[in-house]
Ligand binder design. Structure first.
Ligand code: URP
Ligand code: ZN
Ligand code: ZN
Length: 464
């Protein structure tokens, strides 16, 4: 059995920050403590570095068929890029094509990932057509395949959106079975009518994507889904929350003691809607739904993290090449929605959050790994550094500075949403189940190394 000893790093978990050693045998952590005297096949000196749980990004889209094309990372390139940036586990969304079964959907995503993914992976199941047939498939997905979280869209009418009647029916069923509901909360009809108005007025540029997805559309849908959650006594996890209005709806909902959880994404903390004003078609690089917001929203989101309202910082990684983005050159509504980020989440949040004193080290670990593991049924196998846990560990050197660029990133996309961004701190070593996966920019594992993760049910917020 391979053994590995990480010496003298500052080991950070949600409960403790301590200078300690970590001893790993095979795939799991065997001991954490001061001056461990194990002999190991390899010793890594982590003096001056932070030793944190491998990142978990619970919101990514690898090779998703979407808006007439596929996102440009597949499970191999996307998970390898994630490992370069310290993320050892992803949870992708297997999205039902309306009319198809949920089981076929899971099978399709599994076929794409199994034997291809380099990092560990799991799936949420996105239900785009809820009826008696799909309802009957839920127990098998939960029990046999370990899919314990489901996704619905309140936007993208005609392709992904379900109406409130289906939403309520699904919530009742998930309540009965113990599934967690995750939701894309934007008011689909409001958006579609704004898109139609802008197109009719001859507005074609990327900025009209943002204009068609106003804060109010997200605020309204966030409030509505939380109201439905209260009515059905069902826990609701709102994905990619971007704005002050939606956050305040969550804040108000929590006064009612219901279970409401929120995730934001790194881009909503760091980038703003001024990018849509860039010359020509450049703003298309950041066309995503919901769109980038204003600096006042960034401030609200940082506060929401520290107030414990926002539990997770994900990416919604959904990259499209510049050629794919150009599908919408003469019509903003045809620009494939999404941007590349899975590789940069940990380093950007460390640099802009921890190093800038906006969040603590413990909060960093919470929102990049531990909370996702707890919410999505992977804890304590994933999400911490503890005896018996998978040895998924990222060693961050806070003194290494580097600059993000498409010329050096590993994601399969020909632009960087963060081109030229200076980052303080580098994920020097990423360890996945006891194996050094990436070190100093070199990959040591390859295609098929990733394992599918069955997940337990989310039972209660007191797990968090
Ligand atoms: O723009 C985005 N977010 N693309 C991916 C699909 C989604 O809505 O999450
Ligand atoms: Zn979404
Ligand atoms: Zn998404």
């Amino acid at each position: 059995m391979n053994t590995l000893l990480i010496k003298n790093g500052t080991v950070v978990t949600v409960g403790a920050t301590q200078v300690a050693d970590v001893f790993i045998a095979g795939e799991t952590v065997q001991a954490v403590g001061r001056d461990l005297s194990y002999t190991a096949d390899r010793t890594i000196d982590a003096t001056g570095c932070y030793v944190v749980p491998g990142g978990i990004d619970p919101h990514v889209h690898m090779q998703i068929p979407f808006m007439g094309t596929h996102s440009s990372d597949n499970f191999e390139t996307g998970t390898l890029a994630a490992l370069h940036g310290g993320t050892t586990t992803i949870i992708d969304f297997a999205i039902q094509t309306q009319g198809d079964t949920l089981t076929n959907t899971w099978n399709q995503w599994y076929e794409w990932a199994n034997g291809h993914a380099v990092g560990d992976y799991s799936f949420h199941l996105a239900v785009t057509d809820f009826n008696d047939k799909t309802c009957a498939e839920l127990p098998d997905l939960i029990e046999k395949r370990g899919v314990t979280s489901f996704k619905t869209f309140m936007a993208y009418k005609g392709a992904l959106m379900i109406d409130d009647r289906q939403m309520v029916a699904l919530m009742h069923e998930l309540k009965r079975l113990g599934g967690l509901l995750t939701v894309h909360a934007e008011h689909g009809d409001m958006i579609d009518s704004l898109i139609a108005q802008h197109r009719a007025a001859g507005h074609t540029a990327p900025r009209y994507h943002a204009a068609s997805h106003p804060e109010l559309a997200e605020t309204e849908a966030s409030g509505r889904i939380l109201d439905l959650g209260l009515a059905c006594d069902q826990a609701v996890y709102i994905v990619h929350m971007t704005c002050e209005g939606a956050l305040n709806r969550l804040r108000n909902a929590l006064y009612r003691n219901q279970v409401g959880l929120a995730e934001t994404c790194i881009q909503y903390l760091l980038l703003d809607d001024s990018l849509y004003e860039r010359e020509g078609f450049d703003g298309a690089k950041w066309v995503m739904s919901p769109p980038l917001r204003q600096p006042k929203d960034q401030a609200a989101l940082w506060a929401g993290i520290n107030q414990g309202l926002i539990r997770v910082v994900a990416t919604d990684h959904c990259p499209f090449t510049l050629a794919q983005k150009r599908m919408g050159e003469s019509d903003f509504s045809k620009i494939p929605n999404g941007h590349p980020a899975v590789e940069h989440r940990m380093e950007l949040l460390f640099s802009e959050g921890v190093q800038q004193n906006r969040i603590s080290l413990s909060k960093f670990v919470e929102v990049t790994s531990t909370n996702a593991a707890k919410i999505f049924g992977l804890y304590p196998r994933k999400g911490t550094i503890a005896v018996g846990s998978d040895a998924d560990i990222t060693i961050i050197d806070p003194t290494q500075q580097h600059t993000l660029s498409a010329a050096t990133h590993h994601m399969n996309v020909d632009y960087s949403a963060y081109e030229g961004w200076k980052v303080n701190g580098k994920c020097r070593t990423t360890i996945l189940r006891g194996q050094v996966a990436v070190e100093d920019g070199q990959a040591h594992v390859g295609k098929g190394h990733g394992q599918y993760l069955k997940r337990a049910r989310f039972t209660s917020p007191n797990q968090l």
